[in-house]
Design a protein around this ligand. Sequence first.
Ligand code: TNX
Length: 519
Amino acid sequence: MMKFRKVCAFLLIVFTTLSCKKSREATDLTREPLIPIPVSIEATESVFEITRSTEIYVDDGDVALNKIGEYLAARLRPATGFPLKVIDSKKQADKGISLTLDGADETLGEEGYELTITEDQMKLTAPNYAGIFRGVQTIRQLLRYHIESTTTQKGPWEISTGTIQDYPTYPVRSAMLDVARHFFTVEEVKQYIDLIAEYKMNTLHLHLTDDQGWRIEIKSWPNLTVHGGSTQVKGGKGGFYSQEDYKEIVQYASDRYITVIPEIDMPGHTNAALASYPELNCNDNPPELYTGTEVGFSSLCVDKDITYKFVEDVVREVASLTPGSYFHLGGDESHTTKKNDFIKFIDRSQEIVLKYGKTPIGWEEISQSKLQKNTVVQFWSDAEHARNAIKQGAKLIMSPANKAYLDMSYDSTTTLGQHWAAYIEVDSAYMWDPASIVPGISQDNILGIEAPLWSETLMTMRDLEYMAFPRILGHAEVGWSPASARDWDSYKRRLAQHGPRLEARGINFYKSKLVSWAD
Ligand code: TNX
């Protein structure tokens, strides 16, 4: 009898251990704090576990998939301490982590993906590599925040089971970095690229030139960087990217399925160029370098032929280094350029951009000129300019300054930033809809969104991080997730869980009191 009881007790323990193995915690994939929130999630309430023996399978001989597999492994190895081998697999894998284009649903589009998680396997399929890369970001966020640590952490590394189908609402989700007012190094730009990649952004707009500095080497006009790149706001030493540096940034971004849009801001915002070459000034008299923060006082000399030779040389060199299809020609706040001159300049500059095979983008003021067929207009404040743009058939990138400008202070106590457009708290930076900003403009007119980070008051990476985080997560969701899925209460709950994740990555973020940050 005693023996029978012991056996029973033993069996009970074995059974409870076995049956509990997969339900250690109730899991529900629909409740994971993903940002941006996916289009659809179905939960099957079990868990998949990444273990020491988990391998990452990719389609045999597919170099690009193998690279994404290695990228995923590199993100997961430090915290798990597991080898996570990436394996070219001849047949579709039925275990471990599998990344495949095989049998993908084409309707998921350029960046869409499907993630199917069972107890035995986590399978990521997409019709294109970009979709696989975006899906990999989802996998990262499905793991406990400790996964972001650079040192080995205690497991288990479990992921709730179920299926996620996901694709972006807007094709362009961009972050702009102003490297002209204060210069940021190649390494710092790469860090920023890594940060935006996690939230499925796909574009980095580099504001490469402004009154305070010219930051990209132009071989045919070397003094632009030698002199024009030699300082910055408040007179620091400035800096610039050699063409090799710039190519390195472009490649790094491209490895993360992020396109770089270079901006050469013209005809205003050009003091650094005017100071470097006397002949670009109407009176041949170069101004001093400028280290203040006023805007709208400089202009290229629109009537001189040399001006267009300059524009063409710059566009040709920068376009040849840029695989992406866009070239941003600026066009904002040219307050000292006469309106007719401005129009004439933008008309000619668009033609030059097209001549070198790129699609022009300009700030909203360019809608006063005759827009070329595919020219894109970037809205920042004036509804009339936006309506003029769509009347001409142009598409818009939406960057409403009072919502999307990351250099706007959070509130009156923020020591960094400006507040000419608004104070932008974390809720305000989330609660905007690109298609409802300008009456008469709908989703069809909109190519995407951009969150610009102007750097007049930002000197270090920590400064950049503080202004961008956590607001940029909100903008990423505004651009990716359908309007119907966006909701402040849901977002706030998910964002709270991202606090420790941002901390684990060492990001200096603003801990808004509006959010109950998780420990
Ligand atoms: C406006 S809006 C600018 C930038 C400034 C920024 C500061 C626009 C296209 N230009 O030149 O850096 O405000 O917030």
